[in-house]
Write a protein that binds this ligand. Structure first.
Ligand code: IVH
Length: 668
C-alpha cells in the first residue's frame, strides 16, 4: 500500500472506532499498519502530511500558552433551574417572534460536562484549537487537542470550506475517568474531583504525551467562523453536516414543538437516560432549531436568546460526618460507610455515602465530626469529596478487629488496600452472595435456584451455607409466594442434576478469592483430584500455569479452615461428583499436530503460561515462523515474526482472539 493510502486507511479505521463506535479491524492488523506507516515516515520524512495519524502525538511539549483571539465571540448559555423557567424562556422567545410556543421547533441536546473548545479548519485541515477563555481570548491547546481521535485532522469532504470553525465540548467519558482515578489511587497521586476537571486538566497539559494516554472525546454543538460552507436553514442540519465531515454525534438529541408537555416529557426522558450515558451530562440544552428565528432573536450580554441550559439539580452539598460503619460485602471485604446528617443533594435526601477503603479515609484526612462535601453523580451512591472544616470534637476512624457480621478476625491482604473478614463460607454476611455465586450458570448451574429465592431462603435462615442447598425439601421452597409445588419440584430437580459436575467447575464455585473460572480449571487439570488440591502447598500451587502467589496463598488458607472443610465434606456426602480427570492421549487433544508461535507482549498471561496452555491442548510451540506454522499469536509490539507470518499468509491472532479460541477448547 502506498503512503497516501496507508494514511487514509488508518484514518478510516480511527473514524470507525472513535466516531462511529464500530471497530472494523483487529488490533493486530491496526498495529501492523501503524508500524508500517511509522517506518515509511522514518525513511521518507518528506512524505509526512498534516493528516497523518502519526501527527496526533509527537508534538513537542509547550512551555507557555499562546493567546488566541476569537474572531467571533464564544458565548455562554443562560441557565434555567426548573421546567417553569425553561418554558418561560421559550414563551418569551415565541412572543418576540410573534408566535405561540407550540409552533416553535425546539431542538434538545445533552449538555456535555466538559470544556468548550474551538477547532479551526483551514481548507479542510485542522490548523489550531483553542479554549474558550473569557469568550474573547482563549489559549492555544492544539498540541493536546490533536491527540483526541474523534477530532478529525482532515475533514472528510472532497471540497472543504475555506474556513470552518467547529465549536464543541471536550470531555472525559465516565469509564476513562474511573480508570484515571484508579491509577491515581495506585500511584498515590492526587485524584481528580470529577470528569470535567480531569478533561480540563488534560487539555491544559503542557506535554501532549500525557493527553494521548487519556481517553478524551470531542462532540461538536455548533459553528463559529465559516467561509465557503453550504447554506443552512436549521441548527439540526448543521449537526448532520458536522457528522458527515467526520465528527461524533451527540447522543439523544430530539426535535419537538415547544409545548409545556413536550418539555416535561423530554426532561423526564433525559433524566432517565442520564445514568446510562457513557459521559457525564449536567443538563439539557434547548435551542430554537430555525436559524432565521435564531438570528432575529440575537443575544443579551454573553448568551443567546435562542438557547437555554436546563441544569440538573446541584449534586454537591455540605454536611456532617456522624459515624462510620463497616459493611461486609459479598467477598468479605469491609467497606467503610459514612453516616451523615441528612442533606438534600441532586434532587434526593442523602444520609449515607461510600468511603471506598481505609486508604481513602486517610487520603481525605477524615475524622468523625468533620464538616464534609459530598457529591452525587447521576444515580450512583454519593461519595465524600473533601473535608471542608475539621470538627471541634473529632474522633479517628478505626478498622474493627473483628468482622461485624460473624466476629471472625479481620485481616489486610498483602499489597492491597482492602481489609477482609477471615472467615469464608461460614461468614453470614458473605453467605447469600456466596450461594448465588455457587449456584450461578457459570459454576454449579442450578438453573431454578435464582437470586430471589436464594435471598428468601437465606433471610429466613433455611439456607446458611452452600451445603444447605442439598438438604432443601419441597416444603422449604413452596413456603414462598409464587413457588407452587411444581416450581418447587423444578428447583429440587435442578439441584439433583447439578450434582454431576466437573472438578474445575466445583473449585471455581467455592468462590476462593481471586480464583476465577480459568484459574480453577488450570488447578483441576494440574492436580486432577480434590484431595490433592486440598493438600497442595504454596510451592505446589505455584507450579500451575496461571497461578500466582496471591491466588496460591488464598487457596492454601481456604483449605486450612475447618469450617470450609466441613462444608465441603457435607457437599460431597450429598452426592456432588465429577468424572476422573485422565491424562488425555496427546493425539486426541484439540490442537494435536499444530505448531503455534508466540510473539510480542501478552497482557493477560505470561509467555510461559500461554505456552503451557497451548501444550496442554496438544499444540507444539515453536520459536520461529515457517511455512509449517499453524497460527501466530501477536501480542503488543510484535515485530519481525508477525511480518513473516503476514508475508507467508499464516493465520494471525491477537491476544483477545487467542484467549477466546483457547477458552473454547479448554475442556476441564
Ligand atoms: S450550545 C452560544 N450545546 O455549555 C453557546 N453548549 O454553559 C452555544 N455545552 O459554553 C453553546 N453541551 O461549553 C451547547 N449541547 C451543547 C452543549 C453546550 C455542553 C457547554 C458549552 C457552553 C456551556 C454553557
Amino acid at each position: 500500500m502506498n503512503y497516501q493510502d496507508l494514511v487514509k486507511q488508518i484514518n478510516q479505521w480511527d473514524h470507525d472506532y472513535y466516531v462511529l463506535d464500530q471497530p472494523s479491524v483487529s488490533d493486530a492488523e491496526y498495529d501492523l499498519a501503524f508500524r508500517a506507516l511509522l517506518a515509511l515516515e522514518d525513511e521518507h520524512p518528506e512524505f509526512i502530511t498534516a493528516e497523518s495519524p502519526s501527527q496526533r502525538v509527537g508534538a513537542k511539549a509547550i512551555d507557555d500558552y499562546v493567546k488566541i483571539e476569537h474572531r467571533l465571540k464564544m458565548l455562554s448559555l443562560s441557565n434555567a433551574f426548573s421546567l417553569e423557567e425553561t418554558y418561560a424562556f421559550f414563551e418569551k422567545a415565541a412572543k418576540d417572534l410573534n408566535l405561540n410556543a407550540e409552533s416553535l421547533k425546539v431542538f434538545s441536546e445533552p449538555k456535555l460536562d466538559g470544556l468548550a473548545i474551538s477547532l479551526h479548519y483551514d481548507h479542510g485541515l485542522l490548523s489550531y484549537a483553542a479554549t474558550r477563555g473569557d469568550g474573547l481570548v482563549g489559549e492555544d491547546v492544539t498540541h493536546t487537542i490533536k491527540t483526541i481521535k474523534s477530532v478529525p485532522l482532515k475533514l472528510s469532504i472532497d471540497h472543504p470550506p475555506e474556513i470552518l470553525e467547529v465549536r464543541g465540548e471536550v470531555f472525559m467519558p465516565k469509564l476513562a475517568f474511573e480508570k484515571l482515578n484508579q491509577q491515581a489511587l495506585q500511584n498515590n497521586t492526587k485524584l481528580f474531583v470529577n470528569p470535567r476537571n480531569a478533561a480540563a486538566g488534560t487539555v491544559r497539559q503542557m506535554n501532549p504525551k500525557i493527553a494521548a494516554e487519556r481517553d478524551l472525546q470531542f462532540i461538536p454543538y455548533g459553528l463559529g467562523e465559516m467561509v465557503g460552507t453550504p447554506s443552512f436553514t436549521q441548527h439540526s442540519e448543521i449537526l448532520a453536516y458536522l457528522h458527515s465531515l467526520g465528527f461524533r454525534k451527540n447522543p439523544h438529541c430530539y426535535a419537538f414543538s415547544g409545548s409545556y408537555e413536550a418539555f416535561v416529557s423530554n426532561y423526564e426522558l433525559m433524566e432517565h437516560i442520564r445514568a446510562q450515558l457513557p459521559m457525564q451530562i449536567d443538563g439539557i440544552v434547548y435551542k430554537i432549531d430555525d436559524l432565521a428565528q435564531q438570528a432575529s432573536q440575537g443575544f443579551i450580554a454573553r448568551s443567546p436568546k435562542w438557547a437555554v441550559a436546563r441544569k440538573f439539580p446541584a449534586e454537591n452539598s455540605i454536611t456532617e460526618l456522624l459515624a462510620v460503619d463497616f459493611q461486609v460485602g459479598r467477598t468479605g471485604v469491609l467497606t467503610p460507610v459514612a453516616r451523615l446528617t441528612p442533606v438534600f443533594v441532586g434532587g434526593v435526601t442523602v444520609s449515607n455515602a461510600t468511603l471506598h477503603n481505609m486508604d481513602e479515609i486517610e487520603r481525605l484526612g477524615l475524622q468523625i465530626g468533620d464538616k464534609i462535601e459530598i457529591q452525587r453523580a447521576g444515580d450512583v451512591i454519593p461519595k465524600v469529596v473533601q473535608v471542608v472544616e475539621q470538627g471541634t470534637h473529632r474522633t479517628p476512624i478505626i478498622i474493627p478487629e473483628r468482622c461485624p457480621a460473624c466476629d471472625a478476625l479481620v485481616h489486610q491482604t498483602e499489597g492491597q488496600a482492602a481489609y477482609r473478614c477471615s472467615a469464608d463460607l461460614s461468614c453470614n454476611a458473605q453467605g447469600a452472595e456466596r450461594i448465588r455465586h455457587y449456584a450461578s450458570r457459570k459454576f454449579m448451574n442450578i438453573t431454578n435456584l435464582g437470586t430471589k429465592l436464594i435471598e428468601l431462603l437465606y433471610n429466613t435462615g433455611r439456607l446458611k451455607t452452600i451445603a444447605d442447598i442439598y438438604s432443601l425439601n419441597l416444603e422449604d421452597i413452596s413456603n414462598f409466594e409464587g413457588q407452587g409445588e411444581k416450581s418447587a419440584q423444578n428447583v429440587l430437580d435442578s439441584i439433583a442434576t447439578s450434582k454431576h459436575t466437573k472438578l474445575g467447575t466445583f473449585l471455581g464455585a467455592l468462590g476462593i478469592h481471586e480464583v476465577g473460572e480459568e484459574g480453577a480449571k488450570s488447578i483441576a487439570q494440574y492436580f486432577k483430584t480434590l484431595d490433592t488440591i486440598m493438600a497442595a502447598s504454596l510451592e505446589d500451587l505455584m507450579q500451575v500455569p496461571d497461578i500466582g502467589p496471591v491466588m496460591a496463598k488464598n487457596i492454601v488458607e481456604f483449605f486450612q479452615s475447618t469450617e470450609n472443610k466441613d462444608i465441603i465434606a457435607k457437599i460431597l456426602a450429598a452426592g456432588v461428583n465429577w468424572p476422573v480427570i485422565e491424562n488425555q492421549a496427546i493425539d486426541k487433544l484439540p490442537l494435536a499436530g499444530q505448531t503455534w508461535v508466540l510473539t510480542g507482549t501478552l497482557q493477560q498471561l505470561t509467555r510461559s503460561e500461554a505456552k503451557a496452555l497451548l501444550e496442554s491442548l496438544g499444540a507444539k510451540v515453536a520459536g520461529s515462523v515457517s511455512k509449517k506454522t499453524t497460527v501466530v499469536v501477536a501480542g503488543l509490539e510484535a515485530g519481525s515474526k508477525l511480518a513473516t507470518a503476514l508475508e507467508l499468509g499464516i493465520k494471525v491472532m491477537d491476544e483477545a482472539e487467542f484467549v477466546l479460541a483457547t477458552n473454547t477448547l479448554s475442556q476441564v
